[in-house]
Design a protein around this ligand. Structure first.
Ligand code: NAG
Ligand code: NAG
Ligand code: NAG
Length: 187
């Protein structure tokens, strides 16, 4: 029995010696509060993404590739930097609602699978200045893809959600695409 108590006391003193196990004190540079978000809302966003890779005024440009990228059927290793307009309708001249800025690249050796890391920054109405962050795999040859929304700013602070992408139009010669995005965010 005494032995057991000894072991328990020893374990206790070990735990007590670990600083983060014992104290709820704060540092001057870090304060914590209980978090309870009162007004959680779900917002649905529908817009069209214009990815122009050919011609004189591309919106997405190749910034890097691997030695074998051009021999790969999936362009494995290519990295693109995009600044793609987001519009209200499929017409490129329709109202600009935001821009998708960031990187995407070919991360699939067997199938076309893009890894997308994009900031969708909005410019229209109450959403002007707010953004959401998309991170996920985009098997672009599938008609419908789902990617994660991992965060946001402004109205979309603490956002999480998902984006459903449907190819609306694709030019196989140039690689240009118009993609409809239907994004559901909880924030
Ligand atoms: C969005 O906000 C910026 C900066 O605050 C402002 O210059 C711009 O005119 C606004 N755009 C719209 C469409 O309201
Ligand atoms: C597709 O892209 C090619 C090459 O840029 C261009 O010549 C052709 O007109 C485009 N097709 C359509 C329907 O826009
Ligand atoms: C967008 O997605 C939501 C939820 O996934 C769905 O309820 C809604 O009907 C979709 N809207 C359009 C225009 O496809």
């Amino acid at each position: 029995m005494a032995k057991l108590i000894g072991v328990v006391l020893m374990l206790f003193s070990l735990v007590a010696a670990i600083p983060w196990a014992q104290s709820s004190e704060e540092e001057s540079w870090a304060t914590s509060h209980e978090f309870q978000k009162k007004e959680t809302v779900i917002t649905n966003l529908n817009f069209y993404f214009h990815d122009i890779v050919g011609g004189k005024n591309p919106t997405a440009v190749r910034v890097a590739q691997a030695a074998n990228t051009n021999k790969s059927p999936t362009f494995f290793g290519v990295v693109m930097m995009a600044d793609d307009p987001l519009t209200k309708t499929p017409d490129p001249n329709s109202k600009l609602v935001g821009r998708a800025q960031g990187l995407y690249g070919s991360a699939g050796q067997q199938e076309l699978a893009l890894i997308m890391a994009l900031n969708f920054g909005f410019v229209d109405g109450i959403y002007n200045g707010s953004s959401i962050s998309l991170l996920g795999k985009n098997p672009a040859s599938h008609p419908v893809r789902e990617m994660a929304i991992v965060g946001g700013t402004g109205i979309f602070r603490l956002a999480r959600g998902y984006a459903i992408a449907h190819t609306h139009w694709f030019n196989a010669t140039s690689g240009d695409a118009i993609v409809r995005y239907n994004v559901t965010v909880v924030h």
